[in-house]
Structure formats: structure tokens, C-alpha cells
Design a protein. Structure first.
Length: 132
């Protein structure tokens, strides 16, 4: 999560404090996954169940590992887990400067939507959703 915040600050995007703490990642309504090789995390992602939708959080792949399909695999694994637990809608917020992320989500069937939950409209944010 620290590397993600460093990456976002390098994009000249205002970086809010973490929206979810490490202890919150251990809560029953949260699914957190990592992709590891020899114990080293290369990618991570989380989904937080809000009842009528699950919000994706912290989708991140180490820069040295990008282009290997880990983001797509992580997204698909999270969606499978969300679907298996009864989830029917996935929503997310990403930054306008994160073009690779936007492309990944669009290829996976996500479409732009209005701000949701505690999020507010911002010129640096894009909101997306996908029914499962």
C-alpha cells in the first residue's frame, strides 16, 4: 500500500490518506489478495463489501511486473471471490492519470458511473462500475 501511495504521488495526483487501514483489511466484509513469487508480493487488490455493491481498493502491480497480466489476473480473482460471496455489483474510483488502470477496467467490462459512497466528484477521479 505504501508503494501505491508513492506511485500516485508521482503522478501529481492528490493522494488522500489510506481509505482503508491494514486492520480493516482483516475484517469479514473485506477481501484482500496478493500475488506472490517466492513469498514476495508482486500485486495486490482488495474488495470491500458495502451491501449493495463491493468497492475495489488498492489494485496495484509492482512497476517491474507490469505487462505480465497480473493486474488482469488479480481483477478476475477478486471478481470471482465477490461473485462467490453473493456480490452482484463492483464499483471503483481511479485517477485520470492512471491510464493503464482505466484501460484494464474498460477491457474487463467496467463502465463510467457517478460518484458513490463517500466519494465526491473530482477532476482527477473516474468512477466505474460493473455488474457481475
Amino acid at each position: 500500500m505504501e508503494e501505491l501511495h508513492i506511485y500516485l504521488s508521482d503522478l501529481d495526483r492528490p493522494v488522500p490518506p489510506p481509505a482503508i487501514s491494514v486492520p480493516a483489511l482483516r475484517q469479514p466484509q473485506t477481501t484482500f489478495m496478493t500475488a506472490r513469487v517466492d513469498g514476495t508480493p508482486l500485486a495486490c487488490g482488495a474488495g470491500v463489501d458495502h451491501g449493495d455493491y463491493t468497492e475495489l481498493k488498492y489494485m496495484y502491480v509492482l512497476p517491474a511486473c507490469r505487462g505480465m497480466g497480473l493486474g488482469k489476473q488479480m481483477l478476475e480473482a477478486l471478481e470471482r471471490e465477490i461473485r462467490a460471496s453473493g456480490g452482484r455489483m463492483v464499483k471503483l474510483e481511479t485517477g485520470t492519470a492512471q491510464t493503464e488502470s482505466i484501460e484494464l477496467y474498460e477491457r474487463a467490462g467496467y463502465r463510467r458511473c457517478r460518484p458513490f459512497g463517500d466519494h465526491h466528484a473530482s477532476p482527477s477521479s473516474i468512477f466505474m462500475e460493473k455488474p457481475l
